[in-house]
Design a binder for this molecule. Sequence first.
Ligand code: LLP
Length: 438
Amino acid sequence: HGTSTINGQGHLEIGGCDTVDLAGKFGTPLYVMDETLIRKRCREFVEAFRASGLPFQVAYASKAFCVMAMCRIVEEEGMSLDVVSDGELYTALQAGFPAHRIHFHGNNKTPHEIEMAIDAGIGCFVVDNFVELHMLNAIAGEKRHKANILLRITPGVDAHTHEYISTGQTDSKFGFDLQNGSAKQAVKEAAALPNVELLGVHSHIGSQIFEVGGFKLAVEKMTGFAVQMRDELGVVFSVLNLGGGFGIRYMEGDTPLPVAEYVRAITETVRDEFGKHGYPLPEIWTEPGRSIVGDAGTTLYTVGTYKDIPGVRKYVAVDGGMTDNPRPALYQAEYEAMLANRGNEASEEVVSIAGKCCESGDMLIWDVRLPQVRTGDLLAVACTGAYNYAMASNYNRIRRPAVVFVKDGQADVVVERESYDHLIQNDVVPSRMKPVTK
Ligand code: LLP
C-alpha cells in the first residue's frame, strides 16, 4: 500500500523510513502512519466531488483516528471534521481546527457537549432523536443562538456488512426511522422550533462497504423523503449527508472500489433523483473515516515467545495485541502481516499471531504464512490506521503505543508512547488507607 517498499537491506520501508530503524528508535509496538497516503485519500475524495460539479463537504469521521496532527492534515486538505464526543471536539479545537467546519454526531450528546459545541461555534449538529432535538433547541435559545442541524434518518438499507457495524436498518439505536413516520414528525418539529435551522438530512448505512448499490438505494430513499417533505410540509432541504462506510482492502480477497467510483455513483444518483423531481440539487456531504486512514497505518511488533503444538498450530506472540488492535477480538477482523526485517524471504510456515494479554481471545491473526519466525523478528501488520489507536485500551495496564507519521524519509511522533506515570496519573489512594510501611 501507499509508499511502502522493501529496501536494499530487505527491510520494509514506509514513507522512505526503514521500519527496522523506526522500531529501534521509537520502540514497539509502534503505529506507523503513511502521511502521503492519508493525504492522497483525502484528495481522492475532494477531487472526485469537485469533478461532479455538485457543492459538497467531505467531513473526515475522526472516530477512526483522532489526534491533533490528524486534525491538522484534515484542515490543510480543506475538509470538514465529524466528531461524536466532547473529547474529539476538544482534540480538534486544541489542534486549531476551524469550528465552523466541525459537525457533531452521536445518539446521546450531553447538555455539556451541546453547550461546548455551541460555545465553540461548530458548523452543524447531526440530531439523532427527539430528546436531543428539544434539548438543543432549549440550550441554543438560552444562548440566543440558532443551531444548524441535520436530522439523522435511518433509511432501512441493508449494507451487506457485519451486523455489529451496520446501522442503516430499522432496528437501530440511531436516528429517526423513515418507515414508522418518526422522520416526518422530526422534520415537522424541527421546522417549527425557533432556535434550530434545519439544513437537511443525514444517513449512514454501514461500514466497510464494497458496493455502490447500498449508497444508491440510500440516495433514492432520502430523495423520496425530501420530495415528500417538500410536497407535504413545504420544507426544502439544502444538504444531504450520506455518511461514511467506504470499504478498504485489508485482505487480498477484499474488493473495495476506488474512492472516485463511490463518489460518482452517489453524485450521479443525486443528480438523477433530485433532477427527476425538479428539486434544487442539495449540497452533498460525506463522512469517510476508515477509507481515509485505514490502509495508511501499519503496526510494528517485536516477536517474543512462540509455542509449537506439533500437528496442531504454532503460536507466535508479539509485544502488543488486543490492547492496540481490538478488531480481531471484536469483529473477527482479519489482517495480513509480514516480517518487516526479512521482507525478501519466502514464506515457509503458517503461524498464528497471539497478543500478550491474559485471555485466549487475544489473537491478532489466525494462520498467516511467514518465513520461519524467530524471537526478535519485527512483525508488520498492515491496514491498522483506522479504529486501532482510536479503540486502544490499557487492559492489563499495557501502555498505549506511540504513533509516528512518516513522509519523505522523515518520521515524526504524533502521539508519544504512554509512560508508567500515564497509567497511574488518575489513580487516587484514599488517605484513610494506611501508608505502606517498609
Ligand atoms: N458517519 C457515521 C455516522 C458513522 O457512524 C461512521 C462510523 C462513519 C461516518 C465512518 O464510517 P467509516 O467510513 O469509517 O466506515 N469500529 C468499527 C467501525 C465502526 C464505525 C462506526 N461508525 C470497526 O473497527 O470496524
